[in-house]
Design a protein around this ligand. Structure first.
Ligand code: NAD
Length: 504
């Protein structure tokens, strides 16, 4: 176990978390989570069954219907969320290590994730204190109030690329709202979600409010999202899975939130700050080996700048140091699994079949130390035709494709010509030009002269096939709330039925 890692963090309790207890799966089956940098098993964990899922959902249902959590005041929920943030900060290093072992991302990236996660809990701890309902402007003989109430039991399903970050975007607002939940992390990266389950218990969540089930999407995830006892599905993952989840939500008439994939254009004009644009073009696609829903894998460059920018990107990308995420020199870790690397490699081949030329990479890591991990070299292809599949489909790996554009109209047309709409960036020193373009781009986030930043205060989500609903910000809280219209009649008198010929 973790032989190649120099320091082994404390691993989570290897059990499903149901009704406040850690337990094995009903059938006694297990699955090992694997370190993608070494191919070694990290921890053997129980695989849930449909029966386990129903127990977890029932525990969450009981905690919602009869437990104290949804009935607590905002102050108590806020205090608990701040307590969770304190515990995440206390265990930040350990959590970062777990995330790096499970996902392969660098420790620098994992530490940043943990700091952001603590802020998400603090943000919702603050927001719930200031959230108010409204008094509606109705005629004077009534008082009409709009109130927020917790939605109920939430089924959460999360991906492997940002396991704890994506979980926190759901858990923090759901708890702030007063919901209870069952979460199924990706079977590839369950460790930090399990640890967070322990921390939420330590912070004082009543039994049954927090439940964690483990296992495959097609069985455990399916049983969870199809349970009639849930009130909402909150899902982050791929578009194909998102469609299946959407169908389950429709069949059960449940509320649904979907955060799905994207193909994110990074548009660079000739008048951009060259050094910043070139550096961020690398960061956009090679951060976490491109396994980011908002990765800037599609570089659109104004023709007059194209060759110079490509040259600068190639020169630096050639030197990116692949390695184990826990080693300080490492700049890029592995892909999550052998299957995923096969998929990314197939896109590199497809891009070439479509007419692009491979300028860099495309191979697995040459370093024998990395031979058992799922590494792929930073890869750059130029001359990609804008009409092919690769220009429009998510690759989710360290693969940058470059296209040219002649002017802002062509950049806009190319960028918007995709079924997804998660994130886009525009680089120019001409701010009005950049803002005009940003206004016309059909994406949930548009960065002007930057790439990747997000804040808990600002909503996150996708246009078009990139999703339904928004996480983070005030909208991210309302996803987990019902609105109630409470009407108080201030002028009580008969409606008039008895005066119209009745017996009284
Ligand atoms: P995935 O869709 O394969 O799996 C996501 C989760 O769904 C996993 O927990 C999986 O076990 C589960 N699942 C699979 N089939 C299921 C089913 N039939 N019923 C219920 N659950 C099921 O996605 P992934 O490969 O883990 O993650 C990568 C994808 O996530 C990428 O497309 C990426 O763009 C997307 N993503 C989006 C955002 C965003 O904010 N929009 C953030 C992170 C990742």
């Amino acid at each position: 176990m973790i032989e190649s890692a120099p320091a082994a963090p404390r691993l989570p309790k290897p059990g499903l978390l149901i009704g406040g207890e850690h337990r094995g799966g009903a059938r006694g089956e297990t699955r090992s989570t694997v370190n993608p940098a070494t191919g070694e098993a990290i921890l053997e964990l129980p695989e849930a069954t449909g029966e386990d899922v129903q127990k977890a959902v029932s525990a969450a249902r009981r905690a919602f219907d009869t437990g104290p959590w949804p009935r607590l005041g905002a102050r108590e929920r806020s205090r608990l969320l701040n307590g969770v943030a304190d515990l995440i900060e206390r265990d930040q290093e350990e959590l970062a290590w777990l995330e790096t072992l499970d996902t392969g991302k660098t420790l620098v990236e994992s530490r940043d994730d943990m700091a952001q996660i603590a802020w998400v809990f603090r943000y919702y701890a603050a927001l719930i204190l200031s959230q108010t309902g409204s008094v509606n402007a109705v005629p004077a003989d009534a008082l009409s109030l709009t109130l927020h109430e917790p939605l109920g039991v939430v089924a959460m399903v999360t991906p492997w690329n940002y396991p704890l970050l994506q979980a926190s975007w759901k858990i923090a607002p759901a708890l702030a709202a007063g919901c209870t939940f069952v979460i199924k992390p990706s079977e590839l990266t369950p460790l930090t979600t399990l640890r967070l389950g322990e921390l939420l218990g330590e912070a004082g969540t009543p039994p049954g409010v927090v439940n964690v089930v483990l296992g495959a999407g097609e069985t455990v995830g399916k049983a969870l999202v199809e349970s009639p006892q849930i009130d909402m599905i909150s899902f982050t993952g791929g578009i194909a899975t998102g469609r299946t989840i959407g169908q389950a939500a429709a069949a059960g008439a449940k509320r649904v939130a979907l955060e799905l994939g994207g193909k994110n254009p990074n548009i660079v004009f000739a008048d951009a700050d060259f050094d910043a644009a070139a550096d961020h073009a690398l960061n956009a696609v090679f951060f976490h080996a491109g396994q980011i829903c908002s990765a800037g894998s599609r570089l659109l460059v104004e023709s007059s700048l194209h060759d110079r920018l490509v040259e600068a990107v190639l020169e630096r990308a050639r030197d990116i140091r692949l390695g184990f995420g826990w080693e300080e020199a490492t700049e890029m870790g592995p892909l999550i699994s052998a299957e995923h690397r096969d998929k990314v490699e197939s896109y590199v081949r497809l891009a070439q079949e479509e007419g692009a030329s491979l300028k860099l990479g495309g191979d697995r890591a040459g370093d024998p130390r990395l031979a058992n991990g799922f590494f792929l070299e930073p890869t750059v292809l130029t001359g990609l035709p804008s009409s092919g599949r690769v220009a429009h489909e998510e690759i989710f790996g360290p693969v940058l494709t470059v296209e040219r554009f002649a002017d802002a109209d062509e950049a806009l047309a190319k960028a918007n010509d995709t079924p997804t709409g998660l994130a886009a960036a525009v680089w120019t020193r001409d701010t009005p030009k950049g803002v005009h373009l940003a206004q016309k781009l059909r994406f949930g986030t548009v960065w002007l002269n930057d790439f990747h930043p997000y804040y808990p205060e600002a909503s996150w989500g996708g246009y078009k096939e990139s999703g339904v609903g928004r996480e983070l910000g005030p909208t991210g809280l309302r996803e987990y709330q019902e609105e109630k219209h409470l009407y108080l009649n201030l002028d009580v008198k008969p409606a008039g039925w008895f005066g119209r010929g009745g017996s009284r």
